[in-house]
Design a protein around this ligand. Structure first.
Ligand code: SIN
Length: 330
């Protein structure tokens, strides 16, 4: 008897995996050009052991990802999590902001059935295109019952990352993603899948409620010789919170730290993260967080620190101690 093929919902949003170039060797291309149905037709010959149900949500480059698409995706995922006929969910996504979408859903969805984001670094039709392989790998992961209870996963280049750890670390390499503090949590090929450990979040409910909207939170990158004017400008446009992408362990010139400290006193939480690619930002190392009222981002880089701060503020969590506890948990 042949085994039943898993039914997987594929939510399409665009990105380079749905990108098209005018030639196989030309470096320029447009992301999000191919319709999801056409992209999946291209997979028909791969012999994937799954039934794919296509649902296009958007057709964009992920630089344009934001509230309307996130809200639509969230609704579809919750419906699929409650649909006993769906075994797993895939999201095709541009790589530029995939970590932000994955982390947003990590914070706001139960760690239920497999939820896998997948993208590509090269557009369909480019020589050495990686999209089909990444998609075949993602189907393998989303079909595996061991992928549940881990939160959203990102599959790229034969590796599987957890949303909490993953970030884009290269602009154009095929292996553009890294994990921190954990590296990949599994290796995958279209014919094999090796988890490096068991799922730790089985049955875990959503940590935060899905909000009605997300507040304006800005990332301010520190640079040598800057003054405090950018902080004033951000507060002037009504930012509810600021994430500092600071130097080294989340540092900035004294005048900038003082202006950020004043923002905290005026009710805008400030999270210190680092513009450096990797590493922890801990409390009170070089900056007196206790005196300024700052929050240390710990392992999260600026992009994901912004997501967490937006979710917290939207959930009414605005005091520094509670925000710090959320960042300590990651
Ligand atoms: C995008 O993020 O939509 C473009 C880049 C990519 O998918 O690799």
């Amino acid at each position: 008897m042949t085994a039943k093929r898993p039914r997987l919902l594929v939510l399409g949003t665009g990105g380079t995996i749905a990108g098209s170039a005018s030639s196989a060797t030309d470096g320029s291309y447009a992301a999000g050009e191919l319709a999801l149905e056409d992209m999946l037709k291209g997979l028909a010959g791969l012999g994937l052991e799954a039934e794919l149900i296509a649902k296009p949500i958007a057709q964009i480059g992920s630089q344009d990802m934001g509230w309307p698409v996130w809200d639509a995706l969230h609704r579809e995922i919750v419906a699929a999590q409650n649909d006993a006929t769906i075994e797993g969910i895939l999201i095709t996504h541009g790589t530029d902001t995939a970590e932000e979408t994955a982390y947003l859903f990590d914070l706001t969805l139960a760690a239920g059935k497999p939820l896998v984001l997948v993208g590509a670094m090269r557009p369909a039709g480019a020589v050495g295109a990686d999209g089909m392989r990444n998609f075949a790998n993602a189907v393998r992961v989303a079909s595996d019952t061991d992928a549940s209870g881990r939160g959203p996963l990102l599959v790229m280049g034969d590796t599987v990352f957890a949303a909490k750890d993953v970030r884009k670390a290269a602009t154009s390499n095929i292996d553009a993603f890294k994990g921190y503090p954990r590296g990949p949590i599994a290796r995958v090929t279209p014919s094999s899948l090796d988890w490096f450990g068991g799922a730790t979040r089985v049955g875990e409910p959503a940590r935060y409620a899905w909000p009605k909207a997300l507040p304006r939170v800005a990332i301010l990158t520190a640079g040598a010789g800057m003054d405090a004017k950018p902080v004033e400008a951000l507060l002037g446009i009504g930012c509810s919170g600021i994430v500092l992408a600071g130097m080294g362990q989340g540092n900035a010139p004294g005048c900038v730290l003082d202006a950020l400290g004043a923002a905290v006193k005026d009710g805008a939480p400030v999270v210190r993260s680092s513009r450096v690619d990797e590493g922890l930002v801990d409390r009170n190392v070089e900056v007196d967080d206790d005196a300024y009222g700052f929050i240390a981002a710990r392992a999260q880089g600026p992009a994901k620190a912004r997501i967490l701060l937006m979710v917290l503020i939207a959930n009414g969590i605005t005091d520094a101690a509670s925000i710090q506890a959320a960042f300590d948990r990651g």
